[in-house]
Design a protein around this ligand. Structure first.
Ligand code: PEP
Length: 252
């Protein structure tokens, strides 16, 4: 089973509308001829419309960074799938570790968000990963099992291949510390095996990405691993040149 590589940039809370438009103007000439790799930018809500408009017709997809599970309601400060759909975005990150650690995102909420995104026609990118303490205590698999099983519990089996799962060890995010190829492959292989627990055919199709200090220098080695289908890139996605250099490294 061949899975199309997927490279996504997570801008986090960076870029005004003007900065986002300048970025896209710089990026498109660098990745315009990319074929056979899916590309996405995960953009702050306020810049989504501008990035959807400026990437229209290109190979770059646009993702939000979070979404509420309800269609509408008394949820001050939240954004629904219907609101994202109106902007024509392709998908959304869900459960990024910064949302989990800083803003109280729970596995129980993700159990509602992942199927809600799918039902609305948005592609969910579910983030999972262990902290440094959990890894040192030998609890990586327990943590991943809990996160993946909870979040996918209510996803119809035939929709599992439409979920992308980003394995992001928290200790590697924004720290410059990268998981070794052995650690990354082992964890991503384990995530795929967890999907196989729901459906074996879906596990062959689902894309598992690695995230955590991915740079142009380490991207190709990580993406060559059998269970790693792409990368979720934070810091190195903030400049068009370094994001494009990661895409180039994977292409070659
Ligand atoms: C991220 O934000 O998901 C991430 C992996 O960040 P960084 O690449 O900066 O470690």
């Amino acid at each position: 089973m061949s899975r199309t590589p997927f490279i996504a940039g997570n801008w986090k809370m960076h870029k005004t509308i003007a900065a986002a438009e300048a970025y896209v103007a710089g990026l498109l000439p660098l990745v315009g001829d990319v074929d056979g790799i899916d590309l996405a930018l995960c953009v702050p809500f306020t810049a989504l419309q501008a990035v959807v408009d400026s990437t229209r017709g290109s190979s770059v997809q646009v993702y939000a960074q979070n979404m509420h599970w309800a269609d509408h309601g008394a949820y001050t400060g939240e954004i629904s799938a219907a609101m994202l759909n109106e902007l024509d975005v392709h998908g959304t990150l869900l459960g990024h570790s910064e949302r989990r650690e800083l803003f109280g995102e729970t596995d129980r909420a993700l159990q509602q968000k992942v199927p809600a995104a799918l039902a609305a026609g948005l592609k969910p990118m579910l983030c999972v990963g262990e902290s440094e303490e959990e890894r040192e205590a030998g609890e990586t698999e327990r943590k991943l099992r809990h996160q993946v099983q909870e979040a996918l519990e209510k996803v119809p089996v035939d929709r599992l291949p439409d979920v992308t799962i980003a394995y992001e060890p928290i200790w590697a995010i924004g720290t410059g510390k990268v998981a070794t190829p052995e650690q990354a492959q082992e964890a991503c292989g384990f995530v795929r095996a967890l999907v196989a627990g729901f459906d074996e055919a879906a596990a062959e199709q689902v894309r598992v990405l690695y995230g955590g200090s991915v740079k142009p220098e380490n991207a190709a080695e990580l993406l060559a691993l059998p269970d790693i289908d792409g990368a979720l890139v934070g810091g190195a996605s903030l400049e068009p040149a370094s994001f494009a250099a990661i895409v180039d490294a994977v292409r070659s």
